[in-house]
Design a protein around this ligand. Structure first.
Ligand SMILES: O=C1O[C@H](COP(=O)(O)O)[C@@H](O)[C@H](O)[C@H]1O
Length: 232
């Protein structure tokens, strides 16, 4: 396993520390290539980090923000990750960023995934920054244990892009970037908070099938060492 642990005294300190690191990485990307890309997760964990990022003084007009994964729901649905990002990250200075959604008002989730894949390809690769979360079942992105397309999602042979996923623990049908899209991000972060998730991480770091705890695919096989940001 190729990971580094960054511990903070609380969630507020973590949000600022992670925002410092991500801002510096995006600024470096803009200096090197004239633009920057970042893929962020939804869920309850990243809100304080999003708010901290929105105040950072970088050239947001040159930044494209997208999602690691999304529910197949429109952006006005309270469970939409797009809504979470719009209300917390794409505010203040970060309002100038471009947002690339995964959800599309298409005939099916499969069609939405195909459109999002084509649009994401125009961003180039790898992502400059990818911020993963993790559920207490060991899922990351929408790589859920028992997921309908889990094998495809975590396979190193699957092309970069967005695929659909259905799983018991997922609620709505999901749209998710594949493992190959995320594993070589220039900065690859796993952002988790609370002792419960630290215990889940310890379990994921032990032996066992990736399909039981799909975060293992990232911890074991990502080309970029994973920076784990944790606070109690
Ligand atoms: O379902 C999801 O959950 C994980 C973790 O969410 P949290 O509420 O425990 O922070 C998240 O990373 C993922 O994007 C989301 O789709």
């Amino acid at each position: 396993m190729n990971a580094r642990l960054h511990e903070f005294k609380d969630g507020a300190a973590l949000a600022e520390g992670l925002a410092d690191r991500v801002s510096a990485t995006l600024a470096d990307a803009i200096a090197a290539r004239g633009r920057a890309t970042i893929a962020v997760s939804g869920g309850s964990t990243p809100k304080a980090f999003f708010k901290a990022m929105s105040t950072r003084d970088i050239d947001w007009a040159k930044v494209t923000v997208t999602l690691i994964d999304e529910r197949f729901v429109p952006a006005d649905n309270p469970r939409s990750n797009h809504l979470l990002v719009a209300e917390n990250l794409l505010q203040g200075k970060a309002k100038a960023a471009t947002f690339l959604p995964l959800y599309r008002d298409a005939g099916s989730a499969e069609e939405a995934a195909a459109i999002a894949t084509a649009d994401a390809a125009t961003l180039g690769h790898p992502f400059d920054v990818a911020i993963l979360g993790m559920g207490t079942d060991g899922h990351t992105a929408s790589f859920f244990p028992g997921g309908s397309k889990l094998a495809e999602a975590i396979s190193p042979e699957t092309p970069r892009g967005v695929i659909t996923m259905e799983a018991e623990g997922a609620g709505e049908t999901r749209l998710t970037f594949t493992f190959t899209s995320l594993q070589d991000a220039r900065l690859l972060v796993l952002h988790i908070e609370g002792q419960g998730k630290k215990d889940v991480l310890a379990a994921a770091e032990s032996d066992g099938p990736e399909t039981d705890m799909p975060i293992r695919a990232v911890l074991r096989r990502a080309a970029t060492p994973v920076d784990i940001y944790w606070a109690p």
